[in-house]
Write a protein that binds this ligand. Structure first.
Ligand SMILES: [Zn+2]
Ligand SMILES: [Zn+2]
Length: 318
């Protein structure tokens, strides 16, 4: 089993931190850094490769081979809904399960670069007294059906002809630009929805389910109260008003549903000697300190709105 490399430091309680502060993509850096931005955009572990290319391919595959025909949504056939639900359950089990098996069951990366000293935990605050079972329950019983419901709503409205469409053959450049912009929209919505969830009554009643996990693991990613799932996926409604192709909807919904596995692995990436760009120090700091870093490292909403903590020094809880 691997042990800690000499990269980063562990404090006396065993919490690990990387030797650099959390930060943002160069997209909005000032002054503009063209070389760095291009490397971030096109390089391995940057914006497109491998993650968003993977999700674009997955959306295309899903739409081409695993999406019920549009005629089966008006009138709505229960078998189409059931098919999509099972499809999404399988996707969630494969993606979340893969991360969990590699890092927490087989422990193939050992403890190297793991932020929190403990593995996944047990305790009364969790359903079934078990963090992994708790997190899997909220993900599979609430998260996946809510994700599917938004997708079904979209295809039901497409079948009724009330959603503006976009053809790849007619507008290929716009098609690609929308793929690039969707994560920016998604993460902007995430910042503001997340700040709303930190309003004390909502934090106590709803968002506390997600914050049971100061030591997150992959399954913590979509472990949320059902009300939070409604809010979290609501950014998909943009596709009902802004022209898009069903592939855009699937790309966005699959990123929203599946990428939190990567964002909550509890390790700082890249892992396996740089081969696997994954992990999210920025969001780990949110789980650790709670009142900072409501957004992501893509667009610096936290910096612009004064809620950013880079992990250096001491965080003052507000
Ligand atoms: Zn989280
Ligand atoms: Zn939060």
């Amino acid at each position: 089993m691997r042990v800690d490399s000499d990269f980063g430091t562990r404090d006396e309680k065993g919490h690990w931190k990387p030797p650099y502060p959390a930060g943002f993509s160069p997209l909005f850096s000032s002054p503009v850094r063209i070389g760095r931005t291009l490397k971030w955009l096109l390089g391995w572990g940057g914006y497109i490769l491998p993650m968003y290319l993977f999700y674009a391919a997955l959306a295309w595959l899903t739409y081409t081979y695993f999406q019920p025909p549009i005629e089966s949504f008006a009138p709505l056939e229960p078998s189409s809904v059931g098919y999509m639900l099972v499809r999404n359950l399988i996707l969630a089990l494969v993606i979340y399960g893969f991360y969990h098996l590699v890092l927490y069951t087989w422990k193939l990366h050992g403890r190297d670069r793991k932020f929190h000293p403990a593995w996944q935990q047990k305790g009364k605050k969790f359903l079934f007294n078990n963090q992994v079972a708790d997190n899997m329950f909220y993900t599979l019983v609430s998260g996946v059906p809510m994700w599917t419901a938004y997708e079904v709503l979209y295809f039901w409205l497409v079948a009724r002809g009330v959603v503006p469409g976009l053809s790849f053959q007619e507008r290929p450049v716009l098609f690609a630009v929308i793929l690039l912009v969707i994560p920016m929209w998604r993460e902007t919505h995430f910042y503001f929805a997340h700040r709303l969830l930190h309003w004390k009554p909502l934090l106590r009643l709803v968002h506390s389910v997600h914050h049971r996990n100061p030591n997150p693991g992959p399954w913590s990613g979509m472990s949320m109260h059902p009300i939070e799932h409604v809010l979290y996926f609501s950014q998909l409604l943009i596709h009902l008003v802004v022209p898009a192709h069903p592939i855009h909807l699937l790309y966005n919904s699959q990123i929203t549903a599946l990428s939190p596995a990567r964002g909550h692995i509890g390790f700082e990436g890249p892992l396996f000697d740089g081969f696997w760009p994954t992990g999210d120090y920025y969001h780990y700091l949110h789980h650790k300190h709670v009142s900072c870093n409501y957004g992501t490292g893509l667009i610096p909403w936290d910096r612009w709105l004064g809620t950013f903590f880079d992990g250096e020094g001491t965080h003052r809880t507000k």
